[in-house]
Design a protein around this ligand. Structure first.
Ligand SMILES: Cc1cc2nc3c(=O)[nH]c(=O)nc-3n(C[C@H](O)[C@H](O)[C@H](O)COP(=O)(O)OP(=O)(O)OC[C@H]3O[C@@H](n4cnc5c(N)ncnc54)[C@H](O)[C@@H]3O)c2cc1C
Length: 383
């Protein structure tokens, strides 16, 4: 049993009730299908319709777009529950991309897409990374050229989550000169869009139920009304504006996975026998799990504090960078330590700990690689 934390101020009775209903839904309606989804390499889009009806896809969006007008904590609680059950980051990406539209879109863009994103009729992805650049977003080469009332998009994108199952895409493209001021975001409805091709689903180390693809744009035409915010050159600033929230969407699953890994390992080591005693009787096991539980506790406390600051609009970028690298680093370390205590069974993917270990690895890479987080923290230190 992990030590209980004091209930954080952002966590009230309403959120607890919401959490319980999400947990029930995830346990009964999503978790039983995960093995099949992992085997096929994606979660079908229509799975998210009832999740939307439950109010769990985008509870934080305004009531006028179908949301509940709830605080960001509601979405973070959803991600906590999904990660605990090993459901991949599909809806986290959906939330980030939807926030781009909610926070940076024109009134017409919000009316057009947000209600369909809240209901789950649409699933959205974000296409920033390209085969030639990831960390250095300024270097993107996908181009959107203005032609009358349309933009013509040419280029390709790499590693795009929801790129196969999604039907809406926020795409970063170059509308101007080199550098960050030449980048814009365009929103594309991708079904039957001429010139748009989805590459094969990429085979990954983990996160097997999440679809990750390369995307190709060959003279794809979209109306100028699809330029996010209606003004060219804002893409970099728009993407940056969402980063503190985006990073919390990575930290929350890190905490959930670490806590679950410790729980599972305590259970397992109590029942597994070696040398006439249970693994839990070895001092090494007890010390290792004591360390892991301590880190889980510190992590939850740190993330709770960041969430409070996020809700208050006071989460500074550096705190978000710190939380991202530190939580994901420890997520990988602790799933590794726990896996070790399962012995050979820990290496078998039928055991959740093996999947958690493999699924965790990407957390240090995406959402801003951890080296980039440290570089940004250091820049502030040496300012
Ligand atoms: C499963 C998965 C899902 C993804 N989903 C999406 C998605 O939905 N949308 C999207 O746009 N992208 C997505 N990505 C891409 C992801 O964001 C990038 O992989 C990430 O930003 C790193 O970029 P890169 O792979 O090009 O690595 P690179 O930028 O080439 O970096 C390689 C290594 O060099 C290091 N490095 C780079 N620059 C520096 C520096 N200045 N100082 C020190 N070290 C440096 C990096 O930290 C890293 O360790 C996904 C990736 C994966 C694996």
């Amino acid at each position: 049993m992990l030590p209980q934390l004091h209930r954080h101020p952002w966590m009230d009775d309403d959120i607890e009730t919401f959490r319980s209903s999400v947990r029930r839904y995830v346990e009964h309606e999503l978790a039983p299908h995960l093995d099949a989804w992992r085997r096929q390499g994606f979660i079908p889009r229509d799975v998210w319709r009832p999740f939307g009806e439950l109010g769990a896809l985008l509870p934080e969006l305004d009531v006028e777009y179908g949301g509940s007008g709830a605080s960001l904590a509601y979405q973070l609680v959803v991600q906590d529950e999904l990660a605990r059950a090993e459901v991949p980051a599909t809806t986290a990406v959906h939330s980030i991309a939807s926030h781009y539209i909610a926070d940076c879109g024109t009134p017409e863009q919000k009316r057009r897409w947000l209600p369909r994103l809240v209901s789950g009729e649409m699933l959205v992805g974000i296409a920033l990374t390209e085969p030639g650049c990831g960390s250095d977003l300024k270097a993107i080469r996908t181009r959107a050229r203005r032609d009358g009332d349309e933009y013509v998009i040419d280029g390709s994108k790499m590693f795009i989550t929801n790129g196969y199952t999604g039907n809406l895409l926020v795409v970063a493209a170059r509308t101007g000169d080199s550098g960050s001021r030449g980048v814009s975001l365009l929103v594309l409805e991708t079904e039957n869009l001429p010139g748009f091709t989805v590459g094969r689903r990429l085979e990954k180390l983990g996160q097997h139920a999440s679809d990750t693809v390369e995307l190709f744009f060959d003279s794809v035409r979209v109306p100028v009304g699809n330029l996010l915010g209606g003004q060219e050159g804002l893409g970099f600033v728009q993407a940056m504006s969402q980063l503190p929230y985006e990073r919390m969407l990575l930290c929350m699953p890190a905490v959930a996975v670490v806590e679950r890994a410790v729980e599972l390992t305590v259970e397992y080591t109590k029942s597994r026998k070696a040398f006439g005693q249970s693994l839990a009787d070895f001092q090494n096991t007890r010390f290792k799990l004591a360390e892991c539980a301590t880190i889980a506790h510190v992590m939850r406390t740190f993330v709770n504090d960041c969430i409070q600051r996020l809700i208050d609009g006071k989460l500074d970028a550096e705190a978000a960078y710190m939380a991202k690298w530190w939580c994901t680093e420890h997520q990988c370390r602790i799933t590794d330590e726990c896996l070790q205590l399962f012995g050979g069974y820990g290496y078998m993917t039928e055991y959740p700990i093996a999947r958690m270990y493999a699924d965790s690895r990407v957390q240090k890479i995406y959402g801003g690689a951890n080296e980039i987080m440290k570089d940004l923290i250091a820049r502030k230190l040496f300012e």
